[in-house]
Design a protein around this ligand. Sequence first.
Ligand code: FES
Ligand code: FE
Length: 383
Amino acid sequence: MTLAPVSPSLLATLPGRMYTDAGVFAEEQERIFESLWFCAVRAADLERPGAFRTVQVGRESVVITRTRRGGLAAFLNVCRHRGARLCTEESGEVRRNLQCPYHAWTYDLDGRLVAAPNLQRMPDVDRGERGLLPVRLREWLGYVWVCLAEEPPSFEETVVAAVSERLGDPAAVQRYGVDGLALGRRIRYDVAANWKLIVENFMECYHCATIHPELTEVLPEFADGFAAQYFVGHGAQFAAEAEGFTVDGGGGFAPFAGIAEEQDRRYYAITVRPQVFVNLVPDHVIVHRMFPMAADRTVVECDWLYAPDVVASGADLSRSVELFHRVNAQDFAACERTQPAMASRAYRAGGVLVPSEHHIGEFHRWVSERLRPGPGPQGSSPA
Ligand code: FES
Ligand code: FE
């Protein structure tokens, strides 16, 4: 078991204004969420040709479609005529084309401008030039990841490596067959807290003994305050008396066929910066996607994924969903309790990272380095 690398000097949190300042948030949108790979939707949400879903990525609305040929495409959700938002619904299905609700310019599912009223009388409108602006897209773990950057960072080096480095083995996540799992339940949380508070909370377990009674029953080592992700490759072991990862420790479902012996009866947690958390347990996978909406508001969509036959059988998923739903509710309540205090003069210079939270300092450093130099995290005004 290897300790995740930390610098002993990383003892302070970010100052409070990093969680409240609209200017900091705008910069994070530009330099983090619009610059890195962003996990947008589950590909199976767009099952049939014509299905679309819109998501907020940084300051942009992005529409993702299932094309007629069965592929996936992503575009800025902006009509090229006068800029109306093209798809106003969060999700839907069209027969063939997307039509702007303003003057009815019509685009096919690959983004090409295919029709507009009086188009034949507008010789200066070059159809080929006026298609929807494409957004780069990758499919991995059954999710559609998009990147708004002109030159996206390597998906392998930023997303795939984050998972394999945490698990200490590039093959480990593949054994769960996440891309082939079926959605058992999705819950959306509207959290009145800055996205970084949610990341920090997910990364540490110093709070587990205080606020997660059900989780620490199933994962007793969490009561000691050291999160699984404090250690490279470490999965937290289930309590001897726990039959499964459920709210009452009762039995879950059959473990995934592909997982290794050392992955059975263990819980792994992975943070994929900037906005994804993955939890792996033997019979299901939990994926959180965060959508930062404002400095003090983050929407979190949480998916519980199971073997397709489990979902198809209509099995009762409630005890397995309930465990992490409670954990989410407990965590988000804690984040919401923290958010108002970020604006307090008591937190101007920030707080403290105790030893079991030191790995969060590396996250703070990462955020700071992505933002423009200047009055950054260290530049807090004196209390
Ligand atoms: Fe879309 Fe005019 S703004 S058709
Ligand atoms: Fe927690």
